[in-house]
Design a protein around this ligand. Structure first.
Ligand SMILES: Cc1cc2nc3c(=O)[nH]c(=O)nc-3n(C[C@H](O)[C@H](O)[C@H](O)COP(=O)(O)OP(=O)(O)OC[C@H]3O[C@@H](n4cnc5c(N)ncnc54)[C@H](O)[C@@H]3O)c2cc1C
Length: 387
């Protein structure tokens, strides 16, 4: 099958595919069984320079756009792998790049680009406030040349495989701010110095094989020079980075969708029941064909959003729509693929149930489908705010 979108980037795709081919399905299947991190894969992707795609040349990165970055992650998922283990190394640094001081950028970006430092953790979500981010309760109080952090986060991913973490915390109490999005600040936390010295990490076993954790902050000391940008403006800074994240995750979902449909079409051509290939039945064909149409449509919106992003134009609506369409399309493809495989879809050796669990995440994280719909209703269609 070929893509209908006409967007090829064929050399880039071929190079990423060649690397991914050295990590066959058994590699991912074994990691899933052992609940292990794809260390060798992430190292190979780093050494090939793909994870530094978005870091400008002057800091040692590849200086590519979000369009190319999205193609890289799409190909990882399309190969049967899971870019969720390392995608954040590409985009979390965006907050530092856009809002960090020249000294912070010079100090950290070259080492992030080389992979000597991993910045792939971002602690936003809290257990008691969930999607209502501006109500988060973790505080950072300035004492001389340090901030003292207390509170709790949940679902903070890749902490055990990061050197640095971005942290969103409240520096001005909510009642003292003009707007609820004021008074939040972003910090770069050195995990190597902080775990066991102010941060306790408790891993959460979860549906896919995703390294994610609860974090407890007890008088964690963060040097004041690790504040990014201005105190109190952190919420705006993180919003800037969300469009990049949504476009990249949309591309991963497109990759998943294509993996499911290729796998399902191959099986449907080969599996013979009632003396004919199951794929000859319209009841088997049509769900696959419909999912194919929806993956291709989502892909167009992903490229539209990426194009706007790379031109520096507003793309909030397109990035959100791309993420919603792609997550829905990959989930539809996952269901159609599982159904096509009958009972064998449940057997781990076919990889379908693993990818099914992995792609399901994107209905919820990093933003749930309902919250995207609420964004479109309010900010694009100018309906009254619903929450
Ligand atoms: C595996 C995994 C990895 C994650 N990694 C990270 C990470 O690295 N960093 C991080 O900060 N977070 C991370 N998250 C958290 C993720 O971003 C949140 O789970 C997500 O934003 C939803 O928040 P919540 O789970 O608190 O759900 P809630 O906010 O409690 O919502 C529960 C349900 O109610 C719906 N809902 C809530 N309010 C409304 C409303 N007003 N209108 C309609 N529907 C509504 C939601 O859509 C959702 O379906 C991760 C989550 C998972 C599962």
């Amino acid at each position: 099958m070929t893509s209908a979108s006409g967007q090829s980037f064929s050399e880039l795709r071929e190079a990423v595919r060649a690397l991914c081919a050295t990590f066959p399905p058994e590699y991912w299947r074994n990691l899933d069984a052992e609940r292990a991190y794809p260390e060798a894969f992430v190292r190979a992707l780093t050494q090939a320079g793909w994870l530094s795609a978005l870091i400008p040349d002057e800091y040692g990165g590849a200086g590519l756009g979000i369009t190319e970055a999205s193609v890289i992650l799409e190909e990882v998922n399309r190969s049967g792998g899971n870019a969720g283990a390392c995608h954040a190394q590409m985009y979390i640094m965006g907050t530092l790049l856009r809002h960090g001081s020249p000294e912070q950028k010079q100090r950290y970006l070259p080492e992030i680009a080389s992979g000597a430092l991993r910045l792939q953790s971002f602690a936003v979500t809290e257990p008691s406030t969930g999607s209502d981010t501006t109500k988060l309760k973790t505080t950072a109080v300035r004492k001389g040349n340090r901030y003292i952090v207390n509170g709790q986060k949940v679902w903070t991913s890749r902490v055990q495989h990061s050197d640095l973490m971005l942290l969103l915390a409240r520096t001005t109490a909510l009642p003292e701010t003009k707007s609820k999005s004021d008074g939040l600040s972003v910090f770069l936390v050195d995990l190597r110095a902080s775990i066991g010295a102010g941060i306790v990490v408790r891993p959460i076993r979860n549906m896919p094989n995703h390294e994610t954790n609860e974090l407890f902050f007890d008088n964690l000391e963060v040097p004041a020079y690790n504040l990014i940008g201005e105190e109190g403006k952190g919420f705006r800074y993180i919003l800037d980075g969300m469009n990049a994240e949504r476009i990249l995750i949309a591309a991963e979902c497109v990759g998943d969708g294509r993996w499911f449909l290729e796998k399902a079409a191959t099986y449907a051509r080969e599996r013979v029941v009632f003396d004919r290939p199951i794929g000859q039945n319209q009841g088997v064909q049509f769900p696959l064909a419909r999912a194919y149409v929806n993956v291709e449509a989502a892909d167009l919106m992903r490229f539209k959003a990426a194009e706007l992003f790379d031109r520096g134009e507003p793309c909030g609506a397109q990035a959100n729509m791309a993420k919603l369409l792609a997550a829905d399309a990959s989930w539809e493809a996952a269901n159609a693929c599982l159904q096509t495989h009958g009972g064998f879809g449940f057997a781990a050796e076919y990889d379908v149930e693993r990818k099914f669990r992995e792609t399901r995440l994107y209905q919820i994280a990093p933003i749930s489908t309902n919250l995207i719909l609420a964004y479109i209703a309010e900010h694009v269609m100018h309906l009254p705010r619903s929450y």
